[in-house]
Design a protein around this ligand. Structure first.
Ligand SMILES: Cc1cc2nc3c(=O)[nH]c(=O)nc-3n(C[C@H](O)[C@H](O)[C@H](O)COP(=O)(O)OP(=O)(O)OC[C@H]3O[C@@H](n4cnc5c(N)ncnc54)[C@H](O)[C@@H]3O)c2cc1C
Ligand code: SF4
Length: 402
């Protein structure tokens, strides 16, 4: 694949205003809309689409962002085939579903690009909440707490806010500058952000703050535990993707022949991005069969379209090399042991759970949400859980919901 900027251009480019209007007018504006029910943040989809149809983009964005503080990134990265668009009634008529995500993007881009401020901080309550982790869960919680007037301090280990939105989502879906602009919009409500601070115990926070929300995401990529894993050229998927997302494209090293171990959505992101960075051959190695792949079907289709290859029922046995990787030894039922020649191995077999912040049963001041609580889901789930936690914290702090 040639030009790198082109390779990482948005996979779902924005709608033109005319197309958006046309698409919005195709919506049947169902009552008890299945798309709204299917969305974990229950955005009132027919209402926001209706507002687009009447030219009220600001009002439309307000409906979206009121329910989902991460409506911008969700519009680019939600697995809509299994959420809102998968539930659209037009599917039952063998028609294409309404392009809900692209319409959502149309409205939210309008306000983000113009820096339109749709929300404001509430009257100060004198209550203070600490949030650990500036990912979608933490910042969604922060946004609603600020709207209710509570003081919020977010502690974030990384140099930038946004969590995996900034550091992990495939570059062709969501770019770091969009993720940072979205995070900044929330921070502008008067959230205090402490970057580069790794919280290792909640005890000190519990002494100073009225409540603590933990949204620390998942842990490190799991290791394979096979020989040769420490060779130069073996990298974990998150490190590879993070480098790509935070450096000019040509600065991220990619092999000529890349093997990705694993078949979840992260493995697909790694293999497609390796290919788009210029790998001549990019192959997924998976120990089970095609039907067992945990990735979404449309992600699998994308990888095939990108020219990635797949080896099923292939169990990695050893990374081969002398200092540097030269191959991956696998075992298959038909061939027995064989070595796939490669100069880069990307490990994408999932991330570990984070148990260190699991609150003692029912601790009244500790709340958790997002990947660290649900075991790893999507941005929209993290946003929904952050919003739900903010409500519970607000109740704890003795406030009624405005
Ligand atoms: C490679 C990859 C691709 C993905 N693609 C998609 C996609 O296309 N669409 C989609 O909807 N979802 C996708 N997801 C899932 C999505 O990114 C997550 O569900 C979402 O980011 C979870 O949000 P979170 O706030 O719970 O955690 P995170 O986004 O992980 O944020 C947690 C934050 O907490 C910080 N932190 C951790 N420990 C500490 C500590 N001790 N002290 C201070 N700060 C700390 C971290 O640095 C991080 O910034 C993807 C995930 C991965 C890994
Ligand atoms: S947030 Fe995601 S699931 Fe919800 S309506 Fe928007 S695109 Fe669909």
């Amino acid at each position: 694949m040639g030009d790198l900027t082109k390779n990482f251009a948005d996979i779902a480019p924005p709608l033109t205003p005319d197309y958006a209007l046309l698409e919005a007018n195709k919506c049947l504006f169902c009552h008890d809309a299945p798309c709204t029910i299917a969305c974990p943040t229950h955005i009132d989809v027919p209402v926001f689409i209706k507002k687009i149809a009447t030219g009220n983009l600001r009002g439309s964005a307000r409906v979206i962002l009121e329910a989902n503080p991460f409506g911008h990134s969700c519009a680019r990265a939600c697995p809509v085939e299994v959420l809102c668009e998968g539930a659209c009634v037009l599917n039952d008529r063998d028609e294409q579903p309404i392009k809900i995500a692209l319409l959502q993007r149309h409205a939210t881009d309008y306000v983000l690009e113009r820096k339109v401020k749709l929300f404001e901080a509430g009257k100060p309550t004198g209550k203070k909440v600490a949030i650990v982790g500036a990912g979608p869960a933490g910042l969604a919680c922060a946004r609603d707490l600020r709207r209710w007037g509570h003081a919020v301090t977010v502690f974030e280990a990384k140099p930038q806010p946004g969590g995996l939105n900034t550091y992990g989502i495939a570059e062709y879906k969501l770019k770091a500058d969009v993720a940072l602009a979205e995070a900044q919009d929330i921070l502008d409500l008067g959230v205090e952000l402490k970057l580069g601070v790794t919280v290792d115990s909640l005890e000190p926070l519990l002494k100073t703050y009225d409540a603590v929300f933990v949204g620390v995401g998942l842990g490190q990529t799991k290791r394979l535990g096979i020989l040769g894993e420490g060779l130069e050229g073996v990298v974990d998927a998150l490190t590879f993707i993070e480098h790509l997302k935070t450096h000019p494209y040509h600065e991220t090293k990619v092999g000529k022949r890349v093997v990705v171990i694993g078949a979840g959505n992260t493995a697909i992101d790694a293999v497609t991005q390796a290919k788009r960075l210029g790998a001549e051959q990019a192959t997924i190695v998976y120990r089970r069969g095609e039907a067992d792949m945990p990735c979404y079907d449309y992600e699998y289709e994308l990888a095939k379209r990108d020219g990635c290859e797949f080896r099923f029922h292939a169990v990695p046995k050893r990374v081969v090399g002398n200092g540097r990787v030269t191959g991956l030894e696998i075992e298959t039922p038909e061939q027995g042991r064989e070595t796939i020649p490669c100069d880069m191995v990307i490990i994408a077999i999932g991330q570990g759970a984070r148990r260190e912040f699991a609150p003692p049963q029912g601790h009244p001041k500790i709340f958790v949400g997002g990947d660290c609580a649900n075991g790893g889901a999507e941005i929209v789930n993290a946003a929904a859980e952050g919003v739900a936690a903010a409500r519970r914290i607000n109740e704890l702090l003795g406030r009624t919901h405005g």
